[in-house]
Design a protein around this ligand. Structure first.
Ligand code: M6R
Length: 609
């Protein structure tokens, strides 16, 4: 998974804009970077392995001539993160230049065929075959336009791609194509742009054209033309105005995107309370009719699904199955059918495992519903009905604000369904709805009053080699999420279990001073949770409790505690209880001297299976 960006400007040099835009796509991958431009019929290209800033210091990525160019920030799939494998890639002559996000599944066969025809490959990437195939097509028929040659090329590709091609053959054009990898155009008075994601061009334009699978685009200084790859028919599509401001996509004075995004949660939660009623109604109607409901997702989004399974069960008496998307096909692929409903949850809407599960379900005639933060993403296009969680762009690799927004939307769906089914009393419903309205303020209070305390906690436990995260009931999902956050950015091995499971094995790890984080929501599980705390204490564990502010009993049992406001209904407790865990992961990461925004080996959007 990678980020691509390019532009044709009426005024100004392309390279500095490409460099700046790739920085905003760095969350998609950051092991190598490259830029290519054209001026006076000549290609200029710079690339190397390493993060954008490091490569820029070495090569000056702004210093390429021309008003037209393409760029790429990479997360390696085929070939190690080396200069030779960095994009852009070229054909034998160096006159055809390609950037690509995705995976070409049949690249080995194509490579062999091209090598047999005399093409010489320099990299280990799948992408390089695209440049040589275009060269081959143009070699066979010099009459072809660049767009036609790209069209013939992509027809031979199996797999996923968002590509952009420039060539000295038509030095005033950029040709793009998309299949199962994100691609969006931007349009302004000063030119046209393409990118893997909107924030890349948001500072220069808020007018976006979403490209769909199976489309090929010719960009020129005068605009864009979209064609269907299968029959070359022209597609008319006007730009949409995107409400995100450029400020939403930058750090706003915070040292890291992750901290900025943690602090944005009161605002993002307010946004989720302004959901379009129509879509909540529609999705809850589908859920109401469903015979069986699978909730498929990965990582943090899976934890939101796990929490939602408790919400749907407790509020609407609807049994649901949260399933890791990467396991869905193996686990349920044969049994899912026309009576099944799939609620796919994905912040990016582009996660390959989630989309694969959705495709499998669709092929078996199941109903697909979607919840995502990325309108225009693949998930929105393949869902029968989808709902946008409206969190704004999330740049930090660790999901924070998008998790709490997912939870808020899912809680609202469960409430809506509960109303339809008449499963809980009006008083209970009113109480939960009122607390939901108060949640943004609660979260604000937690950040304001507890952040400093969490910082100190991180200092105290910074040398711990292993952490436990335990909760019962819906807090199990919160515990899993706290564990994932700490592991993925602070690189601290962590274990999470339903607290009741710990005595069936994991407790054997406990020794003096071992930190165990307990999620202590005041719900039906609290009494047994106190017993679990006692079990851990008796074995010398250091108890770190996330507690409601009036929970004196648990405070007294704990070595350290972080408070959240009292009176939180059980079904929404993961939202406030997740905040201290996000902060803990963030400050532990700083204590370790690492950058929380760009954890090693990870990328924001995982578009490979
Ligand atoms: O975009 P998605 O919600 O589908 O992404 C799913 C996971 O890749 C994502 O949540 C990942 O686990 C994050 N690194 C969690 O912080």
């Amino acid at each position: 998974m990678c980020g691509i960006f390019g532009c044709i400007l009426k005024e100004g040099k392309a390279a500095p804009l490409i460099h700046a835009s790739l920085k905003r796509l760095e969350y998609r991958g950051y092991d190598s970077v490259g830029v290519a431009t054209i001026q006076d019929g000549e290609i200029y290209l710079k690339k190397d392995k390493g993060k954008i800033d490091d490569v820029h210091r070495l090569l000056n990525l702004d210093d390429l001539p021309g008003n037209l160019g393409i760029g790429h920030t990479r997360w390696a799939t085929h070939g190690a993160p080396l200069k030779v494998n960095a994009h852009p890639h070229t054909d034998c002559t160096g006159n055809i230049v390609v950037v690509h996000n995705g995976i070409i599944e049949n690249f080995s066969e194509l490579k062999l065929e091209l090598e047999n025809s005399g093409h010489v490959f320099v990299s280990k990437t799948d992408t390089e075959v695209i440049a040589h195939l275009i060269e081959e097509n143009l070699g066979k028929n010099a009459e072809l336009t660049l767009a036609d040659a790209v069209l013939e090329t992509v027809k031979r590709l199996d797999g996923s791609y968002a590509i952009a091609v420039i060539s000295t053959k038509e030095p005033d054009k950029v040709i793009c194509a998309r299949n199962e990898s994100p691609l969006v155009l931007g349009v302004s008075d000063n030119g046209v742009y393409f990118a893997s994601d909107i924030p890349a061009f948001l500072p220069v334009t808020n007018k976006a054209v979403f490209i769909e699978d199976g489309e090929l685009i010719s960009l020129s200084a005068t605009g864009y033309e979209i064609k269907k790859i299968k029959d070359s028919s022209v597609v008319k599509r006007k730009p949409k105005v995107i409400a995100w401001t450029p400020e939403m996509a930058v750090k706003q004075g915070y040292p890291h995107f992750m901290l900025k995004e943690i602090h944005e949660q009161p605002a993002t939660l307010r946004n989720t309370l302004r959901m379009q009623e129509h879509y909540l109604d529609l999705i809850s109607t589908f859920l109401d009719r469903a015979t069986e409901v699978f909730m498929v997702a990965c990582g943090t989004s899976y934890h939101a699904c796990l929490a939602a399974s408790y919400m749907f069960s407790k509020l609407a008496f609807l049994p649901t199955y949260p399933v890791y998307a990467s396991e869905f096909i193996e686990q349920h692929g044969k049994s899912v059918n026309i009576d099944s409903t799939i609620l796919a949850v994905s912040q990016s809407g582009e996660t390959a495992d989630t989309l694969a599960a959705v495709t499998c379900a669709q092929q078996r005639a199941a109903t697909v519903l979607g919840l995502t933060n990325a309108i225009g993403s693949t998930l929105t296009r393949v869902s029968r009905v989808y709902i946008g969680q409206q969190s704004g762009p999330e740049i930090g690799v660790a999901a924070t604000k998008t998790f709490t927004s997912q939870l808020s939307v899912l809680a609202q769906l469960a409430l809506r369904l509960s109303k339809k089914r008449g499963k809980i009393s009006q008083d209970e419903m009113d109480y939960i709805e009122a607390r939901l309205e108060e949640l943004p303020d609660m979260v604000e209070t937690i950040i304001q009053t507890q952040e400093e305390k969490v910082k100190q906690l991180a200092k105290k436990y910074k040398d711990a080699k292993l952490f436990f995260f335990l909760g019962r009931g819906i807090s199990t999902a919160t515990a899993y999420e706290g564990r994932l956050k700490l592991m993925e950015i602070a690189y601290i091995p962590s274990i999470a279990f339903p607290a009741g499971e710990s005595k069936h094995g994991p407790i054997s790890l406990i020794e003096q001073g071992f930190p165990v984080v307990f999620i202590c929501a005041k719900d039906g599980t609290r009494k047994t949770l106190v017993s679990n705390i006692m079990e851990m204490k008796a074995r010398g564990a250091s108890i770190i409790a996330i507690v409601e502010e009036d929970d004196e009993e648990i405070k007294a049992l704990s070595d350290d505690y972080i408070e959240v406001p009292k009176g939180i209904p059980e079904v929404m407790s993961p939202i406030p209880f997740a905040i201290p865990l996000q902060l803990l992961a963030y400050y532990m990461t700083l204590e370790k001297g690492q950058n929380p925004d760009t954890p090693r080996n990870l990328a924001k959007s995982v578009t490979v299976k």
